[in-house]
Design a protein around this ligand. Structure first.
Ligand code: IMP
Length: 422
């Protein structure tokens, strides 16, 4: 077993970075394959907090190679800032950070277009991170997007930016740089120059690593319920956050994937708009938000909190064909008298055990719950499953039974060591 994928199985923010950090120890190469700086992967290392938006979190290990593959949308300004910040904190990236020459560039005009769409009274707001993700992927599909190496050539870049502006019709009429393509081009050329040493053909690089028998770890961003095809469309992100995204986003065959780890929080959260059947708009929701510090690491927005939803996670576990579950933030639930798990939904009075694909139906479902006794003990120092309180063990075992999948990793705190391996 060498090549492992770590994927979020909820609405994102499942603490995937913590699991990637634990798994990276035994890997050689860490790969990001979709999304952009909408992600905020947080790692706490010896009390020091790192938040990664674009750079794979494996960079925190001095001997790991990190790849930002073709499936990413990269805001070059954000990336330069992130690299500079990490360098200041003593992380060396020379010859170990590689950026795909096929990755797409998020431009300032993408931010503008998204903000206009989100703010307009005449459009449906998704509650995005406003990082230009949707417009960048839209331009990629429309074949007007810009790829990283185009940032190196003034004539090409200017022509390509003019092409996008022209394609947008009057949507950019009020954009402050509308008539200043020269300035936009010069600034982009300057950041392009800074990123040039890292840009390469990562498809060949990855396949060379595969031939050498190196162990690859694929770091998913967002979660399966935000997948552009399988999530709660249109309240989703614009990439494939499920396992297929690894193949298209990095240029590898499914045959190269040996193991898929599904990361699930011990409760549900969602940030942004869209259906959320088990949402708790009460003091228990507030309790979870406070104890779990459930505020977006990219936008700072309070996350919506709710009970664990076994209908939704059965669906995402099926989509990703996960080998085992990494259950995170179990410590957050300590202190509740009772904990609930959603086992099925009622739709128009009829019980259903599937996750509806139409968001309007999902807004109408009523969850059925099983109730389990809670536990009061602080479990953050527990390192063996047997040492967990009986009710916490019962909670974990119930999730396993409801999903028919084992929980092999339990996270009880933010540090690498705050982990139970089974
Ligand atoms: P976008 O990815 O910025 O276009 O946002 C689309 C939806 O995905 C919004 O509901 C966001 O709040 C959500 N989203 C995007 N990235 C993340 C993430 O990393 N964690 C959680 N939610 C996210």
């Amino acid at each position: 077993m060498s090549n492992t994928v770590v994927l979020g199985c909820m609405f994102g923010d499942e603490a995937k970075a913590k699991i990637v950090d634990v798994m990276a120890k035994d890997s050689d190469v860490v790969v990001r394959f979709q999304g952009g700086c909408n992600a905020g992967h947080t790692i706490l290392l010896n009390g020091e907090k790192f938040i990664f938006h674009l750079v794979p979190s494996g960079i925190i290990y001095p001997d790991k190679i990190c790849i930002m593959a073709n499936g990413l949308v990269i805001d070059p300004y954000e990336l330069v800032a992130e690299i500079e910040n990490l360098k200041k904190r003593g992380i060396n990236m020379d010859n170990r950070l590689f950026i795909s020459d096929q990755a797409q560039v998020t431009l300032p005009l993408h931010h503008y277009l998204e903000t206009m769409h989100e703010q307009s009274k005449n459009t449906i707001s998704i509650g995005t991170t406003k990082k230009g993700i949707g417009p960048t992927y839209a331009d990629k599909s429309a074949r007007i997007g810009i790829r990283m190496p185009e940032l190196f050539d003034k004539q090409i870049l200017k022509k390509r930016i003019a092409n996008i502006i022209h394609s947008k019709g009057n949507l950019l009429d009020k954009w402050e740089f509308r008539n200043n393509v020269d300035e936009v081009t010069s600034e982009l050329l300057a950041v392009g120059k800074m990123l040039k040493p890292y840009i390469t053909n990562t498809v060949y690089l990855l396949h060379n690593f595969l031939d050498q028998g190196k162990k690859l770890l694929f770091e998913g961003a967002q979660g399966a319920l935000l997948d552009v095809d399988f999530g709660t469309y249109p309240y989703v992100t614009s990439s494939n956050t499920t396992v297929g995204g690894v193949c298209t986003g990095a240029g590898i065959s499914p045959r190269r994937i040996d193991k898929v780890i599904g990361v699930m929080k011990s409760y549900f959260t969602r940030v942004g708009k869209g259906p959320f059947p088990t949402e708790l708009k009460d003091e228990i929701g507030d309790f979870i938000r406070k104890r779990g510090n459930e505020y977006g690491s990219t936008t700072g927005r309070p996350r919506r909190c709710g009970w664990f939803d076994a209908v939704a996670t059965r669906y995402t576990a099926m989509l990703n064909d996960i080998d085992f579950i990494a259950l995170t933030l179990l410590d957050v639930l300590s202190g509740l008298d009772e904990v609930k798990i959603c086992t099925s939904y009622k739709l128009n009075g009829d019980e259903i055990d599937y996750f509806p694909s139409f968001y309007h139906q999902l807004e109408q479902v009523k969850p059925d719950y099983i109730e389990l006794p809670g536990w009061k003990e602080d479990i953050s120092a527990v390192r063996k499953f047997e040492d967990l309180p009986e009710n916490a063990k019962k909670y974990v075992n119930t999730i396993e039974e409801l999903l028919g999948i084992g929980v092999s990793i339990i996270s009880v705190g933010p540090e690498r060591a705050d982990t139970i391996m089974r």
